[in-house]
Design a protein around this ligand. Structure first.
Ligand SMILES: Nc1ncnc2c1ncn2[C@@H]1O[C@H](COP(=O)(O)OP(=O)(O)O)[C@@H](O)[C@H]1O
Ligand SMILES: [Mg+2]
Length: 237
């Protein structure tokens, strides 16, 4: 089977400072891969490298195309969704308008159906349908950017700490929709601190340490304690 994403020897820099030192990671269609690691280990930078938001080298093949030199909009067009750690809503637009912006151009009348389906699935957003996104709580904004990314029906969703600051009910909704995306043949790279949640979802776990993958294996063989140990090894402690 050809991989949906195959990253090899990916390095990345902020100015002169090298943060990734040769990351290898493969993701197949239908897979949810958990990426964990200590703060500062380079997880967000790897997500940005995939999305074309940071200077990087190496090979990144996505959906059959080499994207290591592609600009962000082209990577998005190929079907990679990216949800950043910062909640980037359009603050003066309503919740509904924000969701509209996530839909691919040309969806026509099915756009309204997609938005209705999203509101059905996320009642907390439905209640705030006409509210300016800037007036939502942090958790609601987090939910909104995630659902907006799903509106684009990504083949791979790269999502950076999506449950940070969310209430338990919202966490469950996020988990549901990530699972749903994989069941429909999409894939997810999930950067997540809540290991218990992530483990329920992920079949594979990769651990980042100092800009490299220090562990990559089946989630079934790992418990939260073992993952923590790998994280500690990766951070050199
Ligand atoms: N915009 C930036 N400019 C310079 N250095 C950065 C920037 N973002 C992150 N870094 C540095 O890159 C390293 C990896 O950070 P990051 O990828 O955010 O790690 P993680 O997401 O695992 O916490 C850290 O040492 C961090 O200080
Ligand atoms: Mg981060």
């Amino acid at each position: 089977m050809t991989a949906l994403l195959e990253a090899r020897a990916v390095c990345a820099w902020y100015g002169q400072a090298q943060v990734l030192h040769g990351v290898d990671l493969r993701i197949d269609a239908g897979e949810l891969v958990l990426l964990c690691g200590r703060n500062g280990s380079g997880r967000s930078t790897f997500a940005k490298a995939l999305a074309g938001l940071v200077r990087r080298t190496g090979s990144i093949v996505f959906a059959g195309r080499q994207i290591a030199a592609c600009p962000t909009f082209e990577i998005a067009r190929l079907g990679m969704g990216y949800v950043a750690e910062q909640r980037e809503v359009f603050p003066t637009l309503s919740v509904e308008e924000n969701l509209h912006l996530g839909i691919k151009p040309g969806a026509g009348r099915s756009a309204a159906r997609k938005i209705d389906a999203a509101f059905e699935r996320f009642p907390m957003l439905a209640q705030r349908r006409r509210t300016e996104a800037g007036a939502l709580s942090g958790g609601e904004q987090q939910m909104l950017v995630l659902v907006r990314a799903l509106m684009g029906e990504p083949r791979l969703l790269v999502v950076d700490e999506p449950t940070e600051g969310l209430a338990p009910q919202a966490v469950a909704a996020v988990a549901d929709c990530l699972r749903g995306l994989c069941e429909q043949g999409g894939a997810v790279l999930l950067i997540e601190q809540r290991l218990t949640l992530a483990q329920r979802l992920a079949a594979r776990v990769a651990v980042m340490g100092h800009g490299r993958i220090v562990f990559d294996g089946a989630a079934g063989t790992l418990d939260a304690k073992t993952i923590d140990e790998w994280v500690a090894i990766g951070s050199g402690r």
